[in-house]
Design a protein around this ligand. Structure first.
Ligand code: SF4
Length: 109
């Protein structure tokens, strides 16, 4: 993984009170790193190899097929965390419907 730090955004190091160096990255570096990590799990998403419509069923439609696929997805936890963090309102993410995610956020599940 290569991260473009951009001009003037090189990480700098400084010595802390305990004598160990501490790497200090500027916010733009963090953002690039976050994007890279984010892309990493999405590259392994099982749903990217299937019918995306199954993950966004019509109101009242079945979520069974999407949840079945999610159950075998290696990035299920990352996906659910992403959906909760970004307040994704629609579709199946991490094996959960929007209603189930709302309940999870409220501590009901
Ligand atoms: S958990 Fe489900 S929605 Fe999330 S990446 Fe995997 S298959 Fe896709």
């Amino acid at each position: 993984m290569t991260i473009d730090h951009g001009e003037g955004a090189e990480p700098t190091s400084r010595t802390t009170a305990n004598g160990f160096g501490q790497l200090t990255a500027l916010p733009s570096d963090f953002e690039a790193l976050f994007d890279a990590v984010e892309d990493e799990w999405q590259d392994r998403a099982l749903c990217s190899q299937t019918d995306p419509e199954a993950f966004f069923p019509e109101k009242g439609g079945s979520t069974r097929e999407a949840k079945r696929i999610c159950s075998g997805c290696e990035v299920k936890a990352d996906c659910l965390e992403y959906a909760l963090h970004n307040d994704e309102r629609f579709g199946i993410w991490g094996g959960m419907s929007e209603r189930e995610r709302r309940r999870l956020k409220r501590g009901i599940i």
